[in-house]
Design a protein around this ligand. Structure first.
Ligand code: SF4
Length: 450
């Protein structure tokens, strides 16, 4: 920032002090899971974005954004979620609210939009997302959706995601509430005793779900439905028949898992398929849960075969990347934790790490995993990221679409670990892909010209 830094910048840092810690210098209690400090220019996405991220991969649903057109363009078709069937989810429908609607209300416009869409696209479910302006003018989404559902004899589910009502995590919860309405069976569904599981918090980015589904199939485990990667109305309706829920993205799906346990008795635990160590541990954990020795043997054979296949490649990258320093700023805590371990696997030190919506227990784990002196921060602003990356001499930033320009302006290598990417980073395949991508960007000759 140099001597030109704005005077207020220091004040913002003071307000944010409790959300920033350096391992070894402060106690590990960090302020998190709260609303952003006003004026701090948080990197967080809004509530609507959080809801959209979770629901959009439902492939055969109509996703209707009730709001001005800008909200619908935000998050439209920048997601790498793939489908094995319907492609309806690739559309971003909007009621395109204008000044007149803000003054007189947008309910009639919303009802007309649902009628028109249902006529054109014979979907069984419509998700109607609320946005900031809808929260301000007070349209009754519940009533409009209820009337439309009975007119068309399909499910029309309001998603209470007005942008300003909280942070991105509130959007995750709004999406989970919408999903809970959808999956509620008309009559109690019998839970299977077979190894059939729901996979929560995988959005099938670049086909990641299919990679993990294949590993599980080799072990003898069937995926009933994933939330929400490559999911469909029919598959979601079978949710409550599964024997177990596993959760990859805990930030977005923990609430749903807790509700499924409370309402339908389905047990759950966390997994992570990011990196060699976490992928192996997770496969073992699933096999151990079903207490089937043959399944455990199949899991061990798979882990051994894949580890032997990728270890030489990872060792090559580790040699090239030794001593490099990385900064991580991602959406949720689970991903941050896995990335620390994954970077250790390829010889990279994490010197700064933060998340948009990490929870206290996740920050405690992060604090245990990182080296002394690592800066840990929750809900950061671009100024803070810049300050700490510069101070720490970072070579690489891992983030999403909003962090990319910051890295390039600072002349730092960047890799995308958000929902926008088009290549898989999960499983054994993903562990190599990550190393390859880190190497390609960090060791690019372009840095010689800066
Ligand atoms: S819901 Fe609000 S914050 Fe989110 S994109 Fe729309 S206007 Fe922006």
């Amino acid at each position: 920032m140099g001597v030109q830094k704005p005077i207020l910048w220091e004040d913002i840092i003071l307000d944010r002090a409790a959300s920033i810690a350096t391992k070894g210098k402060q106690k590990n209690k960090i302020r998190c899971d709260t609303d952003s400090v006003a004026g701090a220019v948080s990197q967080r996405a809004c509530v609507y974005c959080g809801a959209r991220v979770v629901l959009n991969p439902v492939t055969d649903a109509i996703h209707l954004v009730h709001g001005p057109i800008g909200c619908a363009s935000y998050t439209w078709d920048i997601r790498g979620s793939l489908s094995s069937g319907a492609e309806l989810y690739r559309n971003s429908f909007s009621t395109d609210l204008k000044e007149q609607d803000v003054i007189f209300g947008g309910e009639k416009r919303l009802a007309r939009a649902i009628d028109e869409l249902v006529k054109k696209h014979p979907a069984k479910v419509v998700f109607v997302y609320s946005t900031c302006i809808v929260g301000v003018i007070g349209d009754d989404l519940e009533a409009v959706c209820k009337a439309a559902a009975s007119r068309h004899n399909i499910e029309v589910i309001p998603v209470q995601s007005s942008g300003f009502i909280g942070n991105k995590a509130a959007g995750y919860r709004a999406a989970c509430d919408a999903l809970l309405r959808l999956i509620k069976p008309n009559k109690p569904m019998k839970r299977t005793k077979k190894p059939v599981i729901n996979y929560l918090g995988d959005f099938n980015l670049a086909g990641e779900l299919w990679i993990i589904e294949d590993y599980l199939k080799q072990m003898g485990v069937t995926v009933n439905v994933a939330f929400t990667g490559d999911s469909s109305y029919q598959r979601l309706k079978k949710t409550t028949s599964a024997a177990l829920n596993i959760i990859q993205c805990a930030g977005s799906m923990m609430y749903l898992a807790q509700q499924l346990k409370e309402q339908y008795g389905i047990p759950y635990f966390n997994v992570s398929f990011l990196g060699l160590q976490d992928t192996s541990d997770s496969l073992r954990k699933i096999a151990a849960y079903f207490q089937d020795e043959q399944m455990q043997a199949r899991a061990e054979a798979l882990i051994k075969r894949e580890t032997e296949r990728i270890m030489p490649e990872l060792a090559w990258y580790r040699e090239k990347l030794k001593g490099k320093k990385a900064a991580i700023y991602v959406g949720g805590g689970f991903k941050a934790i896995s990335l620390i371990k994954q970077f250790k696997e390829i010889g990279i030190d994490v010197v700064m790490i933060g998340t948009q919506t990490g929870r206290r227990e996740e920050y405690e784990t992060i604090n245990e995993l990182v080296n002394e002196g690592t800066v840990i921060l929750d809900d950061a602003s671009p100024s803070e990221l810049e300050k700490f990356m510069t101070e720490k001499g970072t070579h690489l930033l891992v983030g999403g679409v909003k962090e990319r320009p910051l890295a390039y302006k600072l002349g730092i290598a960047f890799i995308d670990h958000s929902h926008d990417r088009k290549h898989p980073l999960s499983g054994f395949v993903g562990a190599v892909n990550l190393a390859k991508e880190v190497y390609a960007t960090l060791c690019s000759p372009v840095w010689n010209y800066l």
